[in-house]
Write a protein of this length. Structure first.
Length: 120
């Protein structure tokens, strides 16, 4: 009986941990700073929303380092549409929006830096 309860507890823990992270990929992502395209990732770019670490990461082999944002507001990753406020490494406020085939991260308080997908 204890073994069954232990297996059930481990299974529920693993399910809740996997529900805390959502990963999706795009074939191409562009980074626009001051209205100029500064970086263009043409390979698969991986976007990871990690609720346990409270971060959103953009990972691509063509970027020198991954872009990591701190989640600033509630971010529900169980729905098809994800919207939340995030902060970059300079503590600037950004808006993260994902809906089906559209991804956009926009600096709303500064120079208009945007991270958007070109092709899903």
């Amino acid at each position: 009986m204890k073994k069954i309860l232990l297996i059930l507890a481990v299974g529920l823990t693993m399910h809740s941990l996997s529900a805390q992270t959502k990963t999706f990929s795009y074939n191409m992502v562009q980074i626009v700073k001051n209205m100029n395209v500064t970086e263009l990732a043409t390979r698969k770019t991986k976007i990871v929303v990690n609720k346990t670490k409270n971060t959103i990461s953009i990972i691509d082999s063509e970027f020198p380092t991954p872009y990591v944002f701190k989640i600033d507001s509630y971010c529900d990753i169980t729905t098809p549409s994800i919207n939340c406020m995030i902060r970059d490494t300079q503590n600037k406020l950004n808006f993260f929006s994902y809906n089906k085939n559209r991804l956009e991260i926009m600096d709303i308080a500064g120079d208009g830096t945007r991270y958007i997908n070109i092709k899903p």
